[in-house]
Design a protein around this ligand. Structure first.
Ligand SMILES: Cc1cc2nc3c(=O)[nH]c(=O)nc-3n(C[C@H](O)[C@H](O)[C@H](O)COP(=O)(O)OP(=O)(O)OC[C@H]3O[C@@H](n4cnc5c(N)ncnc54)[C@H](O)[C@@H]3O)c2cc1C
Length: 290
C-alpha cells in the first residue's frame, strides 16, 4: 500500500528538529529507521500530518562509555550496536537481544531509539531496557529530562515522551563482574516478533546471587519486570529448584493477553519455561565470564 499524503521535513540540527516538534506537537511523527513507522502509515494505523526525518542528525548516532554507563545515541542503527565489541563487553544483555530483532535488513535501518520510542511490548529492546533500569534522555526546547525505564513504558505503543520531545540517548548500566545474561524467546518463525520473550541477568558473587533481573516481552501491553521472582533469587545459591520456583512465581503474577498466536494460558506456560531456562543459561554464562 502507498503512504497517505504527508508533509516531510528533514532537519539538519537537533535544534531545528525540536523547533518542528514544538510547532507541530502530536501532528508530527519522528521518522528514524522507518521500520515500524512506515508500515503503520501504509496501513493507515498512524496518520501524522508531518514526518520529521531525523536521519540527518549525525550527532544522535554513536556509543560511548561514561562512568558506569554505555550511552547509545538514539539514531544508532541496531546492526551497528549488534556488531560492536564495546556493547558485547559492557552490556552483554543488549548484545544478546539485538540479533533476535527481525532480520538483518531491518536491523540495518532500524535504530535503538526507534525501537524504544515505539515501545512494542513484544519487542526485545524494551524488555532489555526495563530489566537493566536503563535511562532515557529526552530533549525539548525547554531542556532535557532523564526518564527511568520503569517510567518510560506507559501503555501499548505509548511512552512518557511528550510530543515536543525527541529521544536523544539511551543509557544502559554496564554489567558488573560475575554477570551472566540470556535473552530467550519463542517466535513462530525466525525474525518474527516474540510470542513471549525473556531478558535475564544474574550477577554471582562467592557463588550467591547478588543481583537478579528479569523482564518479559509479550505478556502485557508493556514489558513486565518480574519483581517477585527477582526478590526470591536475591542472596540464594543458583539451583534448578530455585529457578523452578522463580518460574512458578512469574506464572502466578502475569496475566498475558490472548491473540491468534497463542492463548493467555499458553503464554503463561511459555513465560515460566523461559524464566527457568533463562536463569539456567544466565547462571552458566556468569560462571563462564567469572
Ligand atoms: C518485518 C519486520 C519485522 C520486525 N521484527 C521485529 C522484532 O522481531 N523485534 C523488534 O523489536 N522489532 C522488530 N521490527 C521493528 C524494528 O525493530 C524497528 O527497527 C523498530 O521497532 C523501530 O525502529 P526505527 O528506527 O525503524 O523507528 P521508526 O519506525 O522510524 O519509528 C518508530 C516510532 O518511534 C518514534 N521515534 C523513532 N525515533 C524517535 C526518537 N529519536 N525520538 C522520538 N520518537 C522517535 C517514531 O515517531 C515512531 O512512532 C520489525 C520490523 C519489520 C518491518
Amino acid at each position: 500500500m502507498k503512504l497517505p499524503p504527508v508533509e516531510y521535513e528533514a532537519p539538519t540540527t537537533v535544534a531545528e528538529a525540536l523547533g518542528l516538534l514544538t510547532e507541530h506537537q502530536d501532528e508530527a511523527s519522528v521518522l528514524a529507521g522507518g521500520q515500524s513507522l512506515i508500515p503503520l502509515l501504509a496501513l493507515r494505523l498512524a496518520r501524522p500530518a508531518m514526518l520529521v526525518d531525523i536521519n540527518g542528525l549525525r550527532e544522535l548516532s554513536g556509543m560511548s562509555l561514561t562512568g558506569g554507563w554505555l550511552a547509545v545515541g538514539a539514531m544508532t542503527r541496531e546492526y551497528i550496536a549488534e556488531e560492536s565489541p564495546v556493547v558485547a563487553e559492557s552490556v552483554p544483555l543488549l548484545a544478546a537481544a539485538l540479533p533476535l530483532i527481525g532480520h538483518e535488513a531491518i536491523r540495518s535501518r532500524g535504530t535503538i531509539g526507534g525501537s524504544l520510542a515505539h515501545g512494542d511490548p513484544a519487542a526485545e529492546l524494551p524488555a532489555v531496557a526495563l530489566a537493566l533500569d536503563a535511562e532515557f534522555v529526552v530533549r525539548s526546547q525547554s531542556g532535557e529530562r532523564i526518564i527511568p525505564a520503569a517510567e518510560w513504558f506507559e501503555g501499548y505503543l505509548t511512552t512518557s515522551r511528550r510530543p515536543d520531545e525527541l529521544l536523544v540517548e539511551v543509557r544502559f548500566p554496564r554489567a558488573g563482574p560475575g554477570t551472566g545474561v540470556a535473552f530467550l524467546e519463542v517466535a513462530r518463525r525466525h525474525g518474527d516478533f516474540a510470542i513471549v520473550g525473556l531478558a535475564a541477568s544474574l550477577t554471582l558473587a562467592d557463588g550467591l546471587i547478588g543481583d537478579a533481573r528479569l523482564a518479559l516481552a509479550g505478556v502485557s501491553d508493556i514489558p513486565v519486570r518480574a519483581v517477585d521472582a527477582e526478590h526470591l533469587l536475591f542472596g540464594q545459591r543458583p539451583s534448578d529448584d530455585l529457578f523452578e520456583e522463580a518460574a512458578r512465581r512469574v506464572a502466578a503474577v502475569i496475566d498475558p493477553p490472548a491473540d491468534l498466536h497463542g492463548s493467555s494460558e499458553y503464554r503463561r506456560k511459555l513465560a515460566a519455561t523461559l524464566v527457568r531456562r533463562g536463569l539456567q543459561a544466565a547462571a552458566a554464562d556468569a560462571g563462564e565470564r567469572r
